[in-house]
Design a protein around this ligand. Structure first.
Ligand SMILES: Cc1ncc(C[n+]2csc(CCOP(=O)(O)OP(=O)(O)O)c2C)c(N)n1
Ligand SMILES: [Mg+2]
Length: 699
């Protein structure tokens, strides 16, 4: 008999033994058992939080959460975010018990290679996981994004009598999330925006990894959230199911403010010797303690054996099917009355671009070509947004208090505020929360979020950029002031290693366009890319327009391409990005007058270029052709293109405060310096050839 069949047989026997009094007890304790058993089997994981939040989870999931396990993508489902993602076994247990496509076998394979139960909850791996959590504080910021998306969609699509968008965002968070700066950023904004459908549960257990938190975390959390403008429910006993239920009802009744339910809990509640201690936070309890806990909580079933009365009590499939069917009926009636709105809603939730998109992009490229403007690429970016946004209502823009610098606003931008929807968020000076909120908005569906700050502050956003890349979601990060070209603000504001370090994030596409045309193409690529994030890097300063033949235009999409080819076979290639493309072209002109033929390769996106087939890459950068790369940033990354015999003209130190022109000269980001680099590469090559001939003769 295989183990699952054996389990089922035992389940039936156990069901016959269950009494109603035991039943409710079991319905909660199954969460404790699954968490401690999965962690024990993996000998890795975090049993404490799931055991401490078991009652809260049971009340929320069985009495309040509106979802359909058979369709985890139902547009109007409530969203649930586990910001304290180390308690992943709690979420896996909930999904399994509710009837999602997550077998008990997967819980047994917790934290094993290719299981659907990775160490922390991962979007795209496990059905029903709305966002990847684990890096503390980001889940709550994602949840703020979900709630914003819900509010905006409702404002746009709901009609009298047809609330087709009407769901809650529930989030669990612990002391760790509360301590993280990003929770301060995100929750402050959530209060200002009055996100009434956001309901957060604070697992106030007084414990984090290093022990009792009194030594490092003494905020008055209720007062803190009160000052943000939240509706706060303090001192709720997190082990009193009725108290938790009443708190949720109260939270739902307040519709103009987000709610924080402060739940006092005991970590690893039920464990006789480890409850209330930090030892239970992130390690298996041990076989002996697991046994003692079983006895203490009265859970008489073996590991991973769940009696039918417990399964029956948890099974949310019928309820979920009914909930969705009611909504589908409402949506069908809506579609009869408002057919174009319904079609648009479906398009948006399916993440499809409007049919007109491609033609519009072609038009904008043609316009850029005709106008041939010398402008900053941040301005070219704004012009592109202006050109695309009227036909792309899913675009939700924003900036971290740098709207006028990032140029993320367009003429149709409407500020999102407490009492109204819109399409533009003033995030305030909250870069990290902005990035994580954008991820939440994108994950919710119905929107493409973009938002800006200075490239140097991409460091502040970085973990959220990484999470977008890990989740393969299409958030668009706009980073302007992309080099020392920003000038007088000095080294604190001048990005040096940032472009290169963003390119290192797997699944992140980075574009650094050189002119108006490349800016349009970069935006189009970012918008079309729905399976990964894009960072768009734009200049503060003007850059000249580069004329191109039609076939050259088409190649921009390939990330790197031959922008200018000399009349005779090239002796060397100069690779450049962004503002340094003009430097490369000037160097080419100087070298041509000395009889040296130069191919100029514009490489707005190394990531996209690297994905091209070998033959294309080989045509653009033939292996035998010596190379020089020029970019106003760290040199290391370019080594992979120029090799050991090539040269890189870049900056490997911090910047300086001075006008941009002086800085380019000071740091040698000039045509003259590039010319020298080309000459030395060619001289080295000639020397090597000569050496080889001598060796052959001697040999
Ligand atoms: C950004 C970040 N820093 C550090 C960690 C490592 N870490 C995981 S859980 C945790 C403590 C969290 O404390 P709390 O939220 O109170 O969890 P509890 O022990 O109560 O379950 C830490 C530091 C992390 N996951 N994310
Ligand atoms: Mg804690």
């Amino acid at each position: 008999m295989d183990t699952e069949v054996a389990d089922t047989a035992m389940n039936t026997e156990l069901a016959n033994r269950a009494t109603p009094a035991i039943a409710q007890h079991d319905v909660v304790n199954v969460l404790r058992a699954l968490a401690m058993d999965a962690v024990q089997k993996a000998n890795s994981g975090h049993p404490g939080m799931p055991m401490g939040m078991a009652e809260i989870a049971e009340v929320l999931w069985r009495r309040h959460l509106r979802h359909n396990p058979a369709n985890p993508k139902w547009a109007d489902r409530d969203r649930f975010v586990l910001s304290n993602g180390h308690g992943s076994t709690l979420q896996y247990a909930l999904l399994h018990l509710a009837g999602y496509d997550l077998s008990i076998g997967e819980l047994k394979r917790f934290r094993q290679l290719h299981s659907k139960t990775p160490g922390h909850p991962e979007f795209g791996v496990t059905p029903g996981i709305e966002t990847t959590t684990g890096p503390l504080g980001q889940g709550i910021a994602n949840a703020v994004g979900f709630a914003i998306a819900e509010k905006l969609l409702a404002a746009e699509f709901n009609r009298e009598g047809f609330d087709i968008v009407d769901h809650y965002t529930y989030v669990f968070l612990g002391d760790g999330c509360m301590m993280e700066g990003i929770s301060h950023e995100a929750c402050s904004l959530a209060g200002t925006l009055g996100l009434g459908k956001l309901i957060a549960f604070y697992d106030d257990n007084g414990i984090s990894i290093d022990g009792r938190v009194d030594g490092w975390f003494t905020d008055d959390t209720p007062k803190r959230f009160d000052s943000y403008g939240w509706h706060v429910l303090p001192n709720i006993d997190g082990h009193d199911s009725e108290a938790v239920h009443r708190a949720i009802v109260a939270a739902k009744s307040v519709t103009d403010r987000p709610s924080l339910i402060c739940c006092q809990t005991v970590i690893a509640n039920g464990s006789p010797n480890k409850a209330g201690t930090h030892e239970a936070h992130g390690a298996a309890l041990g076989d002996k303690e697991v046994g003692a806990t079983r006895a203490a909580i009265g859970w008489g079933y073996p590991p991973f054996v769940i009696p039918p009365h417990v399964y029956n009590a948890w099974d949310a499939r019928d309820r979920g099917a009914v909930a969705e069917a009611i909504w589908q009926k409402k949506f069908a009636a809506y579609a009869r009355k408002y057919p174009s709105e319904a079609r648009e809603f479906e398009r948006r939730m399916n993440g499809e671009l409007p049919a007109s998109f491609e033609a519009r992009v072609r038009e904008l490229i043609a316009n850029a070509n005709d106008k041939a403007e010398t402008i900053a690429t941040r301005k070219a970016s704004q012009n592109t947004i202006e050109g695309l946004a009227p036909t792309l209502p899913e675009l939700v823009g924003g900036s971290a208090d740098l709207a006028a610098s990032n140029l993320t606003l367009w003429s149709g931008s409407k500020a999102i505020a407490r009492d109204c929807g819109g399409n533009y968020l003033y995030y305030g000076v909250r870069e990290f929360a902005m990035a994580a909120i954008m991820n939440g908005i994108t994950l919710h569906g119905g929107f493409i979020a973009y938002g800006g700050t200075f490239l140097t502050f991409s460091d502040y956003c970085r973990s959220a950029l990484r999470m977008a890349a890990l989740m393969r979601i299409g958030t668009i990060f706009v980073f302007t002031h992309d080099s020392i070209g920003l000038g007088e603000d000095g080294p604190t504001h001048q990005p040096i290693e940032h472009a290169a370090s963003l390119r290192l994030i797997a699944n992140m596409d980075v574009w650094r366009p050189c002119d108006t045309t490349e800016s349009v193409v970069a935006w189009a690529a970012a918008i079309e890319r729905r399976d990964g994030p894009t960072s768009l890097l734009f200049s503060r300063q003007n850059v000249p327009f580069q004329p191109r033949l039609p076939e050259t235009l088409a190649n921009i999409r390939r990330g790197g391409y031959v922008l200018v080819e000399p009349n005779s076979a090239p002796h060397v290639a100069i690779i450049a990005t962004g503002s340094e493309v003009a430097v490369a072209i000037e160097a080419q002109r100087i070298l041509a007058s000395g009889g040296i033929s130069v191919r100029v390769v514009s490489m707005p996106s190394t990531n996209v270029f690297d994905r091209q087939d070998e033959s294309y890459r080989g045509r653009v950068l033939p292996p035998h052709l010596p190379c020089v790369a020029v970019e106003a940033g760290v040199t290391d990354l370019w080594r992979k293109y120029v090799g050991r015999s090539g040269e890189v003209v870049g900056i490997d130190c911090f910047g300086e405060s001075a006008p941009a022109g002086d800085l380019f000269r000071h740091f040698g980001l000039t045509a003259e310096r590039v010319v020298e680099a080309v000459q030395s590469v060619l001289a080295r090559q000639a020397g090597a050839r000569c050496q080889k001939r001598t060796e052959m003769r001697v040999g």
